[in-house]
Design a protein. Sequence first.
Length: 67
Amino acid sequence: MMTFIIAIRELVAPSLIAPPDTLVISTYIMREFEQGSVSLGMSMAVLCILLTTLSLAGVKLLTRNLK
């Protein structure tokens, strides 16, 4: 559920405010799915989830060491 909420937020805002020639990750993933390249879209989605997880884990480790 948390991933779905984050994904929807990350998809709607860039779709509304980004110029047509600007690609962000969420719109790139949606475009790949729409064009039929599901494997490329899924690989980018997995990379985004891994990057987010690693970033959150890194922040948690840094804040644990500060306490």
